[in-house]
Design a protein around this ligand. Structure first.
Ligand code: G4P
Length: 555
């Protein structure tokens, strides 16, 4: 294992003087991707505790209760009995300004979850040590991969019986086709778990049980040659096995290549236990050191650097009716360049409309606060009287638009029917507005969108939400008839040939809201058959990214 001398703790950003360059340098904007129950809530809570954004004792018993208390939106979600939003929390740690994008943690998720990754500069992939790669992690990983985001892996719950660490590494490499580069190694596992060994600095972080409810655990750092480490290893019966494994890792690891990490080809791997606070703070420090600060974002006029002096950003999420009393709507904007100041004006380049940004929110731990000033990497919520759309670019100056946000393949489809034809207009309005928020996607059988409307979603839960919202917000009772398609591909190629795709029984050609042709397939077999039969047609798992200007195609 090569020795890396740079100590993350020494690599913290120089104190900011409030200038654009140093504010950018100290920002980290990331999301945690995981399968439900891997420990995302627990880890998030620990990160917020270190950052001082929340002050509770972190006791397990209060965790679920505090989870709802930390955000009043979540309370609304709880009342609805669902969790459909994802938000961003901002907190400070060790000189860094951190934006943690929170992706919903329940089993059934929406496109929103995927889209959150559009606003991230890096990702923490959280795995349960006993389970390895699980389906939801895999799906989210693929989206992170699409964007070549740097991915840092945290293997959690090593205080429980887990898969052997070497098996976990090879599972990551095999299932995700990414190189796994261990940065630390567990000293024992399950009941014998005693800490983690820092592979680059050759020293062990040994933990003792934390105080009940305490935020941090006791930690002792000892060198690799320290007799205390040997004593612990022999006490847990691992003395030779541990060093043998390390030798194996040393022989296999090669040299850490930051470029390969930044382009998403190698993932540094850390072990720990979020619940017991073992290895979490060292992980956070290393993560902040490894992960990139905001970089340039691609626009139709080339990449826009974050230190471009003019404010710009794009909308990646719209959340309506956060407060049922007011039916308000917020658009979430990721700042890509310049300095945001409350009350400033910017142009929605996609619609040409000038907007004054005076009602803005940011989320600091428990509170939603009005934002006075913000920088690239930050996420702000803009009050939206219905003028923003997902993917819109806002810019103080200039006529560029950022790359559009793709749609991700839905896996479930329904045909929407209503008993009362006089309500058709209401239905369309409801469907298109809800689709605008991105939880569902709308497809039509013809390019004019006059015939039947089909709705696709990434998770079944979205249909329950849709039905509920149509009824309560738009006063339309709709019947959602399941359709037997579960594979989707956006298609590109010769239009005549594309039109032919509907000729097989197991395939249906529809159009998305941008009038892009989309093929639905009944099963994997039907998809394979068509892909093989039409080699000149392009089949894409997400809608092609476009640079969209003007109000055309808006519903
Ligand atoms: P999620 O947001 O990813 O769905 O996971 P969450 O943090 O809610 O954690 C899921 C379960 O795993 C919780 O237990 C939590 O206490 C436990 N857990 C999280 N990290 C660790 C860890 O490092 N070690 C161990 N042993 N357990 C961990 P639960 O019983 O479902 O919830 P609760 O009743 O404890 O609140």
């Amino acid at each position: 294992m090569p020795l890396e001398m740079n100590d993350p703790a020494d690599n913290r950003p120089a104190p900011s003087h409030g200038d654009l360059a140093s504010e950018i340098r100290r920002r980290r904007t990331f999301a945690i991707i995981s399968h439900p129950d891997a420990g995302k809530t627990t880890l998030t809570e620990k990160l917020l505790l270190y950052g001082g954004a929340i002050h509770m004792a972190g006791s397990i018993k209060s965790r679920k209760a505090t989870r709802y208390a930390t955000s009043d939106w979540m309370e609304i979600e709880r009342q609805r009995g669902i969790s459909v939003t994802s938000s961003a929390l901002q907190f400070e740690y060790d000189g860094f300004a951190i934006n943690l994008l929170d992706t919903p943690g329940h089993k059934d998720f929406s496109e929103d979850t995927y889209r959150t990754l559009e606003a991230a500069d890096s990702v923490i992939m959280l795995l349960d040590g006993a389970k390895g790669i699980e389906p939801q992690t895999l799906k989210l990983f693929e989206v992170a991969r699409l964007r070549n985001l740097p991915i840092v892996t945290f293997i959690n719950k090593v205080d429980r019986e887990s898969l052997p660490p070497l098996t976990l590494l090879s599972e990551i490499e095999k299932n995700l086709s990414i190189r796994a580069f261990p940065k630390n190694w567990p000293v024992g596992m399950g009941r014998t778990f005693r800490g983690v060994f820092d592979l680059s600095r050759r020293r062990a972080h040994l933990y003792s049980a934390r105080e009940h409810g305490g935020a941090r655990s006791e930690e002792e750092i000892v060198g690799g040659n320290d007799p205390k480490l040997d004593a612990i290893l022999s006490e847990i019966g691992l003395q030779s096995e541990f060093w043998d494994e390390l030798e194996l890792l040393d022989a296999d690891a090669g040299i850490w290549d930051d470029g390969q990490f930044k382009s998403g080809n190698v993932t540094p791997v850390f072990f720990g236990s979020a619940l017991n606070n073992f290895g979490v703070e060292v992980f956070l420090k290393s993560f902040l050191d490894l992960s990139p600060s905001p970089g340039p974002h691609m626009s139709d006029m080339g990449p826009i650097p974050p230190d471009n002096e003019h404010f710009s950003g794009f909308i990646f999420k719209i959340q309506a009716n956060m407060d049922p009393q007011h039916r308000d709507r917020f658009a979430f904007l990721r700042i890509c360049s310049g300095r945001f100041r409350k009350g400033m004006s910017a142009r929605n380049v996609n619609t040409g409309q000038e907007v004054r940004l005076s009602k803005t929110l940011q989320f600091m731990g428990q509170k939603r606060e009005s934002v006075e000033e913000a920088f690239p990497g930050d996420i702000i919520g803009l009050h939206d009287p219905g003028i923003f759309h997902i993917g819109d670019t806002l810019a103080e100056k200039g006529d560029f638009v950022y790359e559009g946000i793709p749609h991700f393949s839905p896996e479930f489809f329904v045909r929407v029917q209503i008993a009362d034809p006089l309500k058709r207009k209401h239905l369309r309005k409801g469907l298109f507005q809800i689709a605008e928020e991105g939880a569902i996607q709308i497809f039509t059988l013809d390019t004019e969108g006059e015939r039947d409307v089909l709705v696709g979603a990434v998770g079944q839960l979205q249909f329950d939400v849709l039905k509920f919202r149509l009824e309560h917000e738009y006063k339309v009772r709709a019947k959602l008839e399941p359709m037997n398609y579960d594979r989707v591909r956006w298609v590109t190629g010769n239009p005549e040939m594309v039109a032919n795709l509907s000729s097989t029984l197991d395939t249906l050609l529809v159009y998305d809201r941008e009038k892009m042709p989309v093929a639905l397939f009944r099963n994997e077999w039907a998809l394979r058959y068509v892909v093989d039969k039409y080699p000149s047609i392009g089949f894409h798992g997400t809608s092609p990214r476009t640079f969209r200007k003007g109000t055309a195609n808006r519903s």
